[in-house]
Design a binder for this molecule. Structure first.
Ligand SMILES: Nc1ncnc2c1ncn2[C@@H]1O[C@H](COP(=O)(O)OP(=O)(O)OP(=O)(O)O)[C@@H](O)[C@H]1O
Ligand SMILES: [Mg+2]
Length: 537
């Protein structure tokens, strides 16, 4: 009757309750879900225990009574650790952490894996690193791997393009391999042992590709599920079983509701772009999802930005003995990117983009816009002008989105015009320029957009068009960001921060969430929170 709780899992019930309580705080559930599209809205329809309307994705899910489940035991910490002779001295560890700006928090912090060799890493991984030409772990990997391999919960923050994906994938594969028996099919559960949840479809696909590279040689099966693609094929793959699953939240909830598989076997769970996952205004969906995963799981969250606003929600899903890792300064753009901000009226944008694109002729450029319509308009205009360009945004068919991104990655098109659907995580080799045609909704998005270039030690450039009439409210934060990165601050931009009507007034526009509220995020009115149907991209 009572659920199995492995005695060697110290934190299995240290967590805050995952269901019940607190859901009346807001009603995000009434928003049309961008976690895979809505199923129509019926005013007044009921909500489930998580606050999701019953006619929406996740609305039919119920909290699991874990005390009634017989969960299969699993081993949390499966890595042998560094061989005795390879453990650096405390002085060497300190020196390495200082040189690499590594900040760690938590008890019994493991030593970093500074080299691929003599680290008790699987031979298959070492061969793959050689094949890919990787010389050494990046700092987030060096410190993140042993932390994740302890089996404890981890929050890992490091700049864009610093190798966070492998920081969570490789321990996931080792985790799967470390389990003695395959749990697939046992107790009637069809489900993965490791799960990575990512906010966008293209990112989920990219993570799957990256995972396959390392999972294949270890005999670990991988699958991906995401919205916009036919359900049947994905479901068939799920039902036939896999060990490592990558998913977007909407499609995941959808399959869970349909009983296509279960997360009762999932003992390693990752949120990539964790702040985005926790801040999409879909707290009920995230709670619903987490409620379906066994409570003694290991939870890992990764991002380049970690704003204060998401930290308390994150804590609800993390055990008390969690470990924290940060490389450099969070909420800062990649140091490898030269950031140029040009302040001028929007009427001049079209002329200026032509000049910039001519200058970058033959190089890969991503142009970020604020709306889907602008994406289409601009892509069409550029094509007419003889550029090879395509647009990617939420109104495109999924196959078109994937095709455009693929063509961009392989150099068949030189210019990708994108909404923020492509601002996080997307890794395109040789991308030379990020052009912010429209300023993003907030400075975190700016950091992620800028980080599409200057990755894996390469350098890049980001040019941002800043319209004083529209964007002045971001001026103060942008100046602070540029200064943090030792970038030039144009005098017009600095002047805008002195204007009390926008950038100068912190209380009105300084907060990232204030800004988001203007675009349909968490609205506060008369002490109540309400939701809107705004879908940004
Ligand atoms: N140890 C390594 N040595 C060299 N290159 C690496 C190493 N690890 C990862 N890379 C490469 O670095 C690039 C960026 O990695 P990744 O996409 O994981 O960055 P990220 O930190 O997740 O960035 P973002 O915050 O934008 O999501 C990828 O092309 C990846 O193959
Ligand atoms: Mg990433």
């Amino acid at each position: 009757m009572s659920g199995y709780r492995p005695s060697y899992v110290p934190n299995s019930h240290n967590r805050q309750p995952l269901s019940g309580g607190g859901y009346s705080r807001n009603s995000y559930g009434s928003r049309k879900s961008s976690y895979g599209g809505g199923r129509g809205r019926k005013p007044g329809s009921q909500k489930n225990a998580f606050g999701i309307r019953k006619d929406q994705i996740g609305g039919k899910l119920r909290p699991v009574d874990w005390s009634r489940e017989s969960l299969m035991p699993f081993a949390k910490s499966v890595w042998m650790g560094l061989p005795a002779g390879s453990v650096p001295s405390p002085e060497k560890i300190q020196q390495w952490r200082t040189e690499n700006e590594v900040l760690v928090e938590g008890s019994d912090m493991p030593a970093p894996i500074i080299s691929f060799h003599n680290a008790n890493l699987p031979d298959g991984f070492i061969r793959k690193f050689q094949e890919l030409g990787f010389q050494a772990p990046t700092p987030i990997q060096a410190q993140g791997w042993p932390m994740a391999l302890t089996g404890r919960d981890v929050v890992g923050i490091a700049e864009t393009g610093s190798g966070k994906t492998l920081a969570f994938i490789l321990p996931g594969i080792i985790h799967i391999q470390g389990q003695q028996i395959t749990q697939f099919g046992q107790m009637g559960y069809h489900g993965p042992k490791a799960l990575v949840v990512a906010p966008t479809r293209e990112l989920a696909i990219q993570i799957e590709t990256e995972t396959r590279k390392f999972a294949y040689c270890m005999g670990v099966s991988v699958s991906v599920v995401y919205g916009g693609a036919p359900r049947r094929q994905q479901e068939k793959r799920l039902r036939s079983g896999m060990q490592f699953l990558i998913a977007t939240p909407g499609r995941l909830l959808d399959f869970l509701e349909r009983g296509a598989f279960s997360l009762k076997t999932c003992s390693y769970c990752v949120f990539d772009e964790a702040d985005r996952m926790l801040d999409m205004g879909f707290e009920p969906q995230i709670r619903a999802l987490m409620s379906q995963i066994r409570p003694d799981r290991q939870m890992l969250m990764w991002s380049a930005t970690w704003p204060k606003e998401v930290r308390s929600l994150a804590r609800d899903f993390l055990a008390a003995d969690r470990l924290f890792l940060k490389i450099g300064d969070e909420n800062k753009a990649a140091t490898t990117v030269t950031q140029i901000v040009e302040v001028f009226d929007r009427a001049l944008k079209q002329r200026r983009i032509m000049d910039v694109l001519r200058e970058y002729h033959g190089k890969k450029v991503i142009v970020f816009v604020g709306t889907k319509r602008m994406g289409d308009t601009l892509a069409m205009m550029l094509t007419k002008q003889g550029f090879i360009a395509a647009a990617i945004h939420g109104d495109k068919e999924q196959w078109q989105r994937e095709q455009s991104l693929q063509d961009f990655k392989y150099g068949k098109i030189a210019i990708l015009v994108a909404t923020d659907v492509a601002s996080r995580g997307i890794d395109v080799k040789d991308l030379q320029l990020v052009l912010n045609y429209d300023f993003p909704q907030n400075c975190e998005d700016y950091i992620h957009r800028v980080g599409r270039t200057g990755r894996a030690g390469n350098t890049g450039t980001a040019i941002t068009f800043f319209d004083p009439r529209n964007d002045a409210k971001h001026s103060r934060k942008l100046v602070a960001l540029l200064e943090k990165n030792n970038q030039e601050v144009p005098s017009q931009l600095r002047m805008l921060t002195n204007n009390r009507s926008y950038g100068g007034s912190r209380s009105r526009f300084g907060s990232r969430f204030d800004n988001r509220n203007n675009r349909g995020g968490r609205h506060h009115s008369g002490g109540h929170t309400r939701a809107s149907s705004y879908r940004p991209y």
